[in-house]
Design a protein. Sequence first.
Length: 194
Amino acid sequence: MSNPLTLYDIERGLAEALAARDEAKTPEELAAAELALSVYADEELKKADGYINTIKAMEAAVEYRKAERDRHGLAAKRIQSSADWLKQHALAVMQEWGVRRIEGRTAGTLLVRANGGPQPLIVQDEILPSEYKLVTITLPQSEWNHILGDTSWDIHFRQNGVVADNGEIRRCLDAGGDVPGAHYGERGESLQVK
């Protein structure tokens, strides 16, 4: 059994058969070139079908895997949502009764823990003084260079946004200062399952 022709071999054979047909000087040479063209054209169709079927099968497998990934992702979200609800329910009951720890028989322990990290910062932007706000602007590089080199400039810019300067607000509050429109919130608690 001979090795099947590659697509490269088939295309090269077609080109050679076409050239042979164009250069044929006798009816026998023309007939041989036509036969070669017919064989290579048939092989090209078979090879094309193989390529097409393989590519379609691979693309269908990719779509199937994507759909499965999405389906599993949705299932995971539903399960996580249920677990979060159970944790919130257990936390609420334990907080209501002042219980900080419940030991299971064999499964583990439920613990009420204070949330860590920086204390939550509560900011009311509408009454926050401007010295505690940051402004982001966009301007051409040439105007920025002009600002750096000269203080008498006519500048054109676009304001992109205003946000609270949380770092500066925290520094002031930590130093015992007062920032209108800003204060620390409660850290809160969460349920840890061990």
